[in-house]
Unconditional design. Structure first.
Length: 572
């Protein structure tokens, strides 16, 4: 379809100081290795993305966030950057990028990139200089320390397993790496490094991109003195989040970065902020604080990661998400998300991949999408993609999965048990190629994909869902259109209903007398919605994921498993 003929599902968001464009936007996260391959090497690329822009426009998304596309040795799939001003050759060239950006803009959409600022690749020229000698001018751009009797400087564990320090044979000193040893941490207390980094950010913003997602931004400052952690259990390395997640000073560093870069442009920023709670969030994203626009919080993700495999605790989910809604209403802004490239697919963990697959995928979608904040869709979520199939450790690509496996094997765990756990908690299950059609390799590549395509692409794919009005895809499209049509869904406040109900997630959005009720049964069993404060009229039904028969005005409803309905409501 020629781009000019692509249907638009609503007006493009406009900016005003009170309501910047990103508040009414819907964002789409794209993992470039797995989105679309144009040249048959089995790895997605920029021309592939270009070829699918009409699809994203048809869906109605406003902002595309692309995970790192910069030159990288790919120890952590691009989150280890060798050159911030160069495109990874597997993905294309800077000309391809410029064209992509122009084509995104021509379609009235916006593009944000992934800013990896906690660390670089160990092949980045800054690190090559830094490691050359203790008196190199860039030595202090990274974090170097002497060891202790042949051991690392402290007992911190890397987030990607093993010690957080690597000894460099050139000088015998150790450098800090919170992620893999090929991702040395930058020292954000160093003013020259900061200035050089600010330059990189401005360079991209001058190119005309529309903002950044800030990778692992809550880790960029470390506890002064880098002290040992208490270690009562005598572990070789102690999980060290507390020493580098949201520690004192991080807000000043982010504030400076924002002043020196983002605040000079009309762009959006969203920080990945593990360890930031709702009470402190206002310091991070408060509209009068001059820092970030939104953060991805991790609290609701912990409901799964602390007890993988357990059914969704609906009451706990309501508690967490409602806390964030209230904490930022009128003060800041939320980023709404259920999936990303680091966590398993939501329908596999909190939904049903069997008979109620479509209903559960659309119920989960409806639940989070209409809250206050900017919703993010992770590629494939909009067609209800499920976790990929991984049977042996060789099926995995992710460095974290491999490190985890090696460590657990050493501790004596069985291969089967580790793999089963990695499918539940790992990152590759959500990184399998996008399922475009039911053909070979799901239409993702003519070659051999870098990660196996899920065999269920014969059933779950874009081509099949695009023309099915009842599909997950068309449900997402309707959710997007509804958000754009109803100011209350963007700016209204949020009021939770039936907070103690163990099956139903229901809330109202209210703006200037307008009220919209979102009612979702998040369980595989029938449920009863009953709230004296709302009147539900069939003729005011705005959206549903199952056929709804005409019904008299009522304040109670029987809901089928995973049924979701959205009503415009009035008072009794
Ligand atoms: C973030 C990214 C993740 C990456 C890590 C290190 O958490 O989302 O994919 O591995 O940072 O950069």
């Amino acid at each position: 379809m020629p781009p000019s003929a692509a249907p638009s599902v609503g007006p493009q968001p406009v900016s005003s100081p009170a309501a910047p464009w990103w508040k009414s936007a819907v964002a789409y996260q794209l993992y470039p290795r797995s989105f679309m391959d144009s040249d048959g090497d089995g790895i997605g690329d920029l021309r592939g993305i270009l070829a699918r822009l009409d699809y994203l426009q048809w869906l109605g998304v406003d902002v595309i966030w692309i995970c790192p596309i910069f030159d990288s040795p790919n120890d952590d799939n691009g989150y280890d950057i060798r050159d911030y001003r160069k495109i990874l050759s597997t993905f294309g060239t800077m000309e391809d990028f410029d064209r992509l950006l122009a084509e995104v803009h021509r379609r009235g959409m916006r593009l944000i990139l992934d800013l990896v600022l906690n660390h670089t690749s160990d092949e980045h020229p800054w690190f090559l200089e830094s490691r050359a000698s203790p008196d190199n001018p860039k030595r202090d751009w990274y974090i170097w320390r002497e060891g202790r009797d042949g051991h690392p400087p402290n007992n911190w564990e890397s987030i990607f397993r093993g010690p957080a320090w690597a000894r460099d044979p050139a000088t015998g000193q150790y450098y800090l790496h919170l992620f893999t040893r090929r991702q040395p941490d930058l020292d954000w207390t160093n003013p020259e490094m900061r200035a050089a980094f600010h330059d990189i950010v401005r360079w991209w913003l001058d190119k005309g991109i529309d903002g950044f997602r800030l990778d692992a931004v809550s880790h960029i400052r470390k506890m002064p003195g880098l002290p040992d952690l208490p270690n009562p259990r005598g572990l070789p390395w102690v999980p060290s989040f507390a020493m580098h997640m949201n520690v004192d000073g991080v807000l000043d560093t982010i504030g400076e970065l924002c002043r020196e870069t983002f605040r000079r442009y009309d762009v959006m920023t969203v920080g990945e902020a593990n360890g930031v709670g709702p009470r402190e969030a206002v310091e991070w994203v408060g509209s009068d604080r001059g820092r970030l626009d939104m953060i991805f919080q991790f609290e609701h993700l912990a409901l799964w990661s602390r007890a993988p495999g357990a059914p969704l605790d609906v009451v706990a989910l309501k508690k967490v998400l409602s806390r964030w809604q209230h904490a930022l209403h009128g003060k800041g802004w939320n980023a709404l998300f259920l999936e990303n490239h680091d966590i398993p697919r939501v329908v596999s963990k909190w939904g049903d991949t069997g008979a109620l697959w479509r209903e559960s995928a659309t119920a989960l979608a409806t639940m989070y999408f209409l809250m206050e904040g900017t919703p993010f869709i992770y590629q494939g979520q909009e067609i209800g993609m499920t976790n990929g199939v991984f049977e042996r450790i060789e099926d995995f690509d992710d460095v974290l999965a491999k490190n985890d496996y090696a460590q657990r094997r050493l501790a004596g765990e069985e291969e089967g048990a580790i793999v089963a756990d990695l499918v539940l908690t790992g990152r590759d299950p959500a990184r399998t190629p996008m399922q475009w059609d039911d053909g070979p390799q799901a239409g993702f590549t003519r070659g051999r994909p870098w990660l196996a395509v899920n065999p269920n692409h014969r059933r779950i794919n874009v081509a099949q869902q695009r023309h099915d009005p009842a599909s997950v895809l068309n449900h997402y499209r309707r959710l997007i259109a509804l958000r754009k049509a109803e100011p209350a869904l963007v700016l209204g406040d949020y009021r939770l209903l039936m907070k103690d109900d163990a099956q139903i997630y229901a809330y109202q959005r209210r703006l200037d007398g307008e009220r919209i009720a979102v009612i979702v049964n998040l369980s595989p069993r029938p449920a009863r919605f009953d709230h004296p404060g709302v009147v539900l009229r069939h003729e005011r039904l705005l959206l549903a994921n199952r056929a709804v028969e005409a019904h008299p005005a009522a304040h109670a409803l029987e809901l089928a498993p995973y049924e979701a309905r959205v009503y415009r409501v009035g008072k009794m």
